[in-house]
Design a protein around this ligand. Structure first.
Ligand SMILES: NC(=O)c1ccc[n+]([C@@H]2O[C@H](COP(=O)([O-])OP(=O)(O)OC[C@H]3O[C@@H](n4cnc5c(N)ncnc54)[C@H](O)[C@@H]3O)[C@@H](O)[C@H]2O)c1
Length: 348
């Protein structure tokens, strides 16, 4: 079990209140890593509501590349060299402002800078508010694959101001819904909430419910030895779909769940998944395997590479025949690959 104070405090508050809270930190040096798009959209707000309140502190600001582009060695070097050149010390506190890619990246910087400094997150995308900001996983990408460098480094605070969501593109918003649908499959409470409530008012509460679910799971199993594996629902095929078909993370997780249901569960959950996607307003009508550019061999290559990296002959996936009841299943790699042919309608 992770101690409560170590898993990160999840606080919903306005940007102005976040600024005030940061001003009360005992660390006199605050390092901000901000996604460049977020900076361009929120420069004025950040100046007025956050930086203006931190006049008594030394502030170091690093603007990182937008989204996934930040999670590279080059950007990591650029960030570390810049921050270190500003003469910071081990008691400095780092604050990430951006989506899941920015927090993965900034968290990795925080985890490694001077052998690790404390950090907090201000998530600015739906996906980051319900998922990526929680649980202490930090990461960079390698040419060999996504998130292959990383550490667990739990943030001190996760500050959520849902006003950031107003500027998200439809596709980035939908990506968050993919993870929310995953939570609806993991929790009867979240599923019932989505189905029984309508309108914009449900949005705020839904974010809290999903975040609470993840916080609870992470508290019980911080290092993903058992229960936390359930959060990988949809990811076994989803990760490969994300890369091969250039889908957003959330959309890939969604179709990853549909694929598992199609291949292993006689489609008992597919109607429910499609209903949720429609109810939340996503445009995901056509599955990746129905698209003309679907390339099964690219998908197989990615899955095979991923497995080889783990040095295992079998592959794990999460089965979810009923809402709230997950099971980690293991299947031989060859058998799994054979199953995947069903996706392109060419069973072997
Ligand atoms: N650490 C974890 O536990 C965890 C979990 C899930 C996903 N992830 C990672 O999260 C990343 C995906 O996160 P994401 O979906 O937040 O995407 P992202 O961080 O790539 O952001 C998507 C886009 O939205 C822009 N953006 C961010 N905030 C905005 C705002 N308020 N208004 C307008 N534009 C804004 C960004 O500039 C970017 O172009 C992936 O790298 C994935 O691997 C990590």
């Amino acid at each position: 079990m992770l101690k409560k104070e170590n898993k990160g405090q999840y606080l919903k508050m306005s940007l102005a209140a976040i600024g005030k809270d940061l001003a009360s930190f005992d660390s006199e040096v605050l390092i901000f890593i901000i996604d460049e798009k977020v900076k361009s959209l929120y420069q004025e707000d950040l100046n007025k509501k956050v930086f203006a309140k931190l006049r008594k502190k030394k502030i170091v600001i690093f603007i990182c590349k937008q989204g996934e582009e930040a999670k590279s060695f080059a950007e990591y070097e650029r960030a570390c060299e810049y921050i270190l050149s500003q003469g910071i010390h081990r008691h400095a506190h780092l604050v990430a402002i951006g989506g899941g890619a920015t927090s993965d990246f900034a968290g990795f910087v925080a985890a490694t800078l001077l052998r690790g400094i404390s950090w907090s997150i201000i998530p600015t995308t739906l996906l980051a508010m319900v998922d990526a900001s929680i649980g202490g996983k930090t990461a960079l990408n390698s040419r060999s694959g996504k998130n292959l460098l990383g550490r667990y480094h739990f943030p001190r605070q996760i500050y959520v101001d849902t006003n950031f969501l107003k500027t998200l593109t439809k596709s980035d918003l939908d990506s968050g819904y993919g993870e929310i649908i995953k939570y609806a499959m993991l929790s009867r409470k979240i599923f019932d909430f989505i189905i029984s409530k309508s309108g914009k008012n449900r949005f705020n509460e839904l974010i809290t419910l999903c975040a609470q679910h993840k916080l609870k799971v992470v508290e019980k199993d911080p290092l993903e030895i058992s229960l936390r594996k359930s959060l990988n629902l949809g990811h076994t095929i989803g990760h490969a779909l994300e890369k091969a078909m250039k889908l957003s993370h959330g959309e890939a997780v969604f179709w990853g769940m549909v694929a598992i249901d199609k291949l292993f569960q006689n489609q008992v959950m597919t109607d429910t998944l499609l209903l949720l996607a429609k109810d939340l307003g996503t445009d995901w009508a056509i599955s990746p395997w129905e698209r003309a550019d679907f390339d099964l061999s690219a998908l197989l290559l990615l899955i095979d590479k991923d497995k080889k990296r783990q040095g295992e002959e079998s592959i794990d996936y999460i089965s979810f025949k009923t809402i709230g009841q997950m099971r980690v299943c293991s299947i031989g790699l060859q058998k799994f690959v054979k199953k995947l042919y069903v996706l392109q309608g060419s069973e072997r």
